[in-house]
Design a protein around this ligand. Structure first.
Ligand code: FPP
Length: 234
């Protein structure tokens, strides 16, 4: 393993549906298999020292999917949180969410809050679930909050800096991702972390998310370690 470990890895977990389709299985079987890939990545982060892992688990656009699939995904999230709660507490994992969780079923909201509270003192790995998340909506919400404060006189035009805008995003206080992994070969950002990915290194693999193994995660870290990051400089 290389010495240069990214502090923050973000993942667009794509290809669950196609993975299931190839096997003649319902799409939700792909999402279930995808949950196992999440477990492998969390373990790999704990082993390698990655401090933040952000997963695009459910986008704002995903609400357009058939109700059967949406409901199954919500149940999967609830079960995942129930099953992983104690392990997260024990292993030093702190759960966070980004996105409009007020749009999730109340049972999921309650479960998320419970596990976030239970893990609030943990610091080894920040595990961030993007749920009902849209990068544009996040920026819209940040702009609205700044407009409100400007109208109230607590923020002036001169105060508006990249740092102030970042502090109004769901990811306030978190470092920007160093590495973005996308599975299933698609070359798109898909409305994920639009502000935060400005200087992030991108690693795309053709593998579908349920096929993503620990070795694939380690290969992405190796790829990252070989990159020269200039942040727009020389
Ligand atoms: C994209 O594959 C994946 C999703 C929309 C959902 C990701 C969810 C999980 C991996 C599991 C549930 C999450 C948790 C936190 C337990 P796709 O369905 O768009 O695949 P396709 O492009 O092949 O159709």
């Amino acid at each position: 393993m290389s010495a240069v470990v990214p502090k923050h890895v973000a993942i667009i977990m794509d290809g669950n549906g196609r993975w299931a389709q190839e096997r003649g299985l319902p799409r939700i079987a792909g999402h279930e298999a995808g949950s196992k890939s999440i477990e492998r990545c969390v373990q790999a982060c704990l082993d390698t020292g990655v401090q933040y892992l952000t997963l695009y688990a459910f986008s704002s656009e995903n609400w357009k999917r058939p109700a059967l699939e949406v409901n199954a995904l919500m149940l999967l999230l609830e079960n995942f949180l129930n099953q992983k709660r104690d392990e997260m507490v024990r292993e030093g994992i702190r759960l966070h969410h980004i996105g409009r969780i007020q749009e999730l079923p109340s049972v999921c909201q309650r479960k998320l809050r419970e596990v976030m509270d239970a893990t609030a003192a943990n610091t080894k790995l920040h595990f961030v679930l993007a749920l009902s998340y849209s990068g544009r909506a996040e920026i819209v919400d940040a702009v609205k909050s700044l407009v409100r404060d400007t109208a109230a006189g607590t923020v002036s035009e001169a105060d508006i800096t990249p740092e102030l805008i970042a502090s109004r995003l769901n990811t306030a206080g978190m470092p920007d991702p160093d590495l973005l992994i996308r599975t299933s070969g698609e070359m798109r950002i898909s409305n994920f972390l639009l502000w935060q990915l400005s200087y992030t290194e991108i690693h795309v693999t053709k593998k579908f998310w349920p096929d993503f193994q620990r070795e694939d995660f380690l290969a992405a870290l190796e790829d990252y370690a070989g990159r020269s990051r200039r942040f727009g400089g020389v």
